[in-house]
Design a protein around this ligand. Structure first.
Ligand SMILES: Nc1ncnc2c1ncn2[C@@H]1O[C@H](COP(=O)(O)OP(=O)(O)OP(=O)(O)O)[C@@H](O)[C@H]1O
Length: 280
């Protein structure tokens, strides 16, 4: 079945002009370099020799039909999966030996395809959880209630409230996350991810389940996050959103990189259109 987002994609397409997948050229100022990543699951090649680089400060859309390998790529960048071969460099540093929490501390945060907030905790508490990689007090600090711990807690709460305001959620700060509609929960996930002060933020289908008004608000929020000098990668099936806010777009199909370029270049790419429309 051809989905609405695919129709929107093909409607925006302006013709055909094949663009080559550029060879990855590692530049010293890139925030992320992905080099020849390969990942197999049994007989399925989820990533097949994928290479690309991300310059700081941009929004990079990552699109592709279902099963293309987008989430697998996110899972490798964030340390959830280890590649079978190839490597990821974050700020020029190989991440292979880094655990998930070390990567978060280094500045990589993400949101998930399905909301992963703690449903019985308030939004404020959820954001505070996201902040713990930047606080020092730890378990014994919290138990002993030393004055510096109290000061740190107060600052953390102020910062969490600032993030809830930034994401338009102030009025829900003390509501359990699980009581809120999915649109608010998705925004709260972004607030929680920002609490770890990321330099690179990976958003996995942030518009899934949102209505058009919420999707528009999300687009504006992503723009404001970009203004805070946070580099973003965005997996998104909503083509209007992905094409509208991305500085560059990478297209995956069946584990391979099909195209990379500006939204306009990618929309004009014959192979990309075939990958989407050929799946009827
Ligand atoms: N843990 C796993 N075990 C086995 N196969 C997996 C696993 N994770 C992903 N795959 C397979 O790898 C391929 C790529 O999956 P992935 O979820 O990365 O694609 P995707 O582009 O994110 O898809 P979608 O848009 O549907 O979310 C698929 O064939 C999928 O079934």
């Amino acid at each position: 079945m051809v989905t609405d987002s695919v129709k929107a994609f093909s409607k925006q397409s302006l013709g055909s002009c094949d663009i080559e997948c550029p060879k990855d050229i590692t530049r010293s100022h890139d925030i992320l370099n992905v080099r020849n990543l390969t990942k197999m699951f049994g007989g399925v090649t989820a990533q097949d020799d994928i290479s690309f680089s991300i310059e700081p400060g941009i929004v990079c859309g990552l699109i592709g039909p279902n099963g293309a390998g987008k989430t697998t790529l996110f899972n490798m960048i964030t340390g959830i999966y280890r590649p079978d071969s190839g490597q990821v460099l974050f700020n020029g540093r190989p991440t292979r030996k880094m655990a998930v929490h070390q990567l978060v501390r280094a500045g990589i945060a993400r949101t998930f395809q399905h909301v992963e907030l703690f449903g019985s905790m308030t939004l404020l508490e959820n954001v505070l959880v996201g902040m713990h990689v930047r606080t020092k007090s730890g378990f014994w600090g919290a138990v002993t209630r030393m004055p510096w711990v109290m000061r740190e807690e107060r600052r953390a709460r102020e910062k969490a409230m600032d993030l809830l305001e930034f994401t338009g959620l102030t009025q829900y700060a003390h509501r359990p996350a699980g009581d809120l509609p999915v649109g608010r929960q998705k925004m709260a996930e972004i607030a929680r991810a920002l609490a770890s002060e990321p330099k690179l933020l990976l958003l996995d289908e942030p518009a899934a389940g949102l209505n058009p008004v919420e999707t528009e608000a999300l687009g504006k929020l992503i723009q404001r996050v970009k203004e805070r000098a946070v580099t973003m990668m965005l997996v998104e099936h909503d083509m209007s959103l992905a094409m509208g806010i991305s500085d560059k777009v990478i297209v995956l199909d069946r584990g391979k990189k099909l195209a990379e370029g500006s939204p306009r270049e990618v929309q004009n790419n014959q192979a990309v259109m075939e990958a989407y429309l050929g799946r009827g």
